[in-house]
Ligand binder design. Structure first.
Ligand code: HEC
Ligand SMILES: [Cu+2]
Length: 391
């Protein structure tokens, strides 16, 4: 059948008031959308700005963007320009407008070839630097510091590898030296099973983690961490500073509270930090010794020892704390954020955390030990004193 020759034959008449309401709604949505985008771009201090790159592994994808974005804008303007032209030029001018349809060009071979070839050429041109950059970013850089990253619900563990790593394990705050590439070996592990340590396949339940994604926008692109696999990526910071990161893949109830910080230090300061972390904590001077001793004992009695490692710890019967289900607490007091880096680490927050982890961080995989009758409420204060002495 031939297409209907007139427009009013093709569809029923749209009455005036309905059309007006539609137009006003569309206009409002457009203005609101524009306003939101403009306001979002005005954030004065954006700690996770992908354009404010701070190292080569973030600059490479940014440079790619510099090529692709102008092309995309060109295509956008061209396509939408033609679209708007067609809408305005061939619009129905009134309800009584019975004019002919514009000239139909379906099946025009020359046009078909043109608009197949042009995008193909554009994509081919973009593919060259994209593939090059992808391969460059995937290679392990020379002289890299190697760190294992473990993603768990809902926090990151960091294990410094090799002899120079000195078996240091920490969480939530990743210290790195400036101007040196850091090559990450990333795994997703179960939140309830102990982490046996080391890169590679894991036995039993430890491997049963969920999908996460490691993202420090100013230092590198985003990399998914898939359970049962080791995913690699490099980061590097050219300047001393603190770079905010987060899990960027929905991984459960407290996904939005799964953050971390990369702390870049001068190489000698970093080395001093690493040396210090490799030793048991030195009790802080201002700590109340009796309370600390009480807290140290409570650490075993209140079941903390079943999930947390503390290097050099000795329980009432000489027990060592070595289980890696929750974060390693050896130098807990040297970190200034806690529980996935979404809150400051201080006495008040620590108290709130121990009293009710679920209230503090919904979905957290640390049980409420008071409710479970493992911990006496009286033990909270000594535990706070003890943990805050771990420097
Ligand atoms: C069943 C395992 C388990 C037990 C028992 C347990 N925790 Fe935890 N703990 C965890 C997990 C898992 C996390 C990480 C939660 C998160 O951030 O989502 C955690 C986090 C913490 C943190 C924050 C650490 C950091 O670096 O951010 C502290 C402090 C802590 N626990 C102290 C304790 C104390 C004290 C006890 C004993 C009263 C205890 N935990 C008992 C599993 C446990
Ligand atoms: Cu996550």
């Amino acid at each position: 059948m031939k297409a209907p020759a007139t427009r009013s034959a093709a569809r029923g008449p749209v009455t005036g008031p309905t059309r007006g309401r539609w137009r006003r709604g569309l206009l409002r949505a457009a203005v609101l959308g524009l306003l939101v985008s403009v306001l979002a771009a005005c954030a004065p201090d954006a700690p996770q700005d992908t354009f404010d790159t701070a190292g080569p592994f973030a600059e490479a994808p940014d440079q790619l963007w510099n090529i692709v974005f102008p092309i995309a804008v060109g295509v956008f303007i061209l396509v939408n320009g033609i679209l708007i032209f067609a809408i305005v030029r061939f619009r129905r001018r009134s309800d009584e407008d019975d004019s002919e349809l514009p000239r139909q060009v379906a099946g025009n071979t020359r046009l078909e070839i043109l608009w197949t070839l042009v995008p193909a050429v554009i994509l081919a041109v973009i593919a060259v630097p994209t593939i090059q950059t992808t391969f460059d970013l995937a290679a392990q850089p020379d002289d890299a510091l190697e760190v294992r990253v473990v993603a768990k619900q809902y926090w990151f563990e960091f294990e410094y590898l090799g002899d120079e790593g000195q078996d240091v394990v920490t969480s939530t705050q990743l210290h790195i030296p400036t101007e040196q590439p850091v090559y990450l070996h990333m795994e997703a592990l179960s939140a309830q099973q102990p982490d046996p340590g080391g890169v590679g396949p894991k036995e039993g339940g430890a491997a049963e983690g969920v999908l996460h994604s490691f993202w420090v926008p100013r230092l590198a692109g985003k990399q998914d961490i898939v359970p049962g696999q080791v995913r690699n990526m490099s980061i590097q910071a050219d300047e001393v500073g603190r770079y905010e990161g987060q899990c960027a893949q929905f991984c459960g109830l407290s996904h939005s509270r799964m953050r971390f910080q990369v702390i870049a230090q001068e190489p000698d300061e970093f080395q001093a930090w690493l040396d210090e972390q490799s030793e048991p904590a030195e009790p802080a001077d201002e700590a109340d010794e009796d309370l600390v001793a009480e807290g140290e004992q409570a650490f075993t009695e209140a079941a903390c020892i079943q999930c947390h490692a503390i290097e050099g710890y000795e329980g009432p019967d000489g027990q060592a704390a070595e289980v890696r289900i929750g974060p390693d607490l050896t130098h807990f007091a040297t970190r200034d954020t806690m529980a996935g880096g979404f809150r400051e680490s201080n006495r008040e927050n620590l108290r709130a955390w121990l009293e009710d982890p679920q209230e503090f961080k919904p979905g957290a995989q640390m049980p409420n030990l008071i409710e479970d009758e493992q911990m006496d409420p009286e033990q909270v204060e000594p535990l706070v004193e003890y943990l805050m002495s771990l420097e």
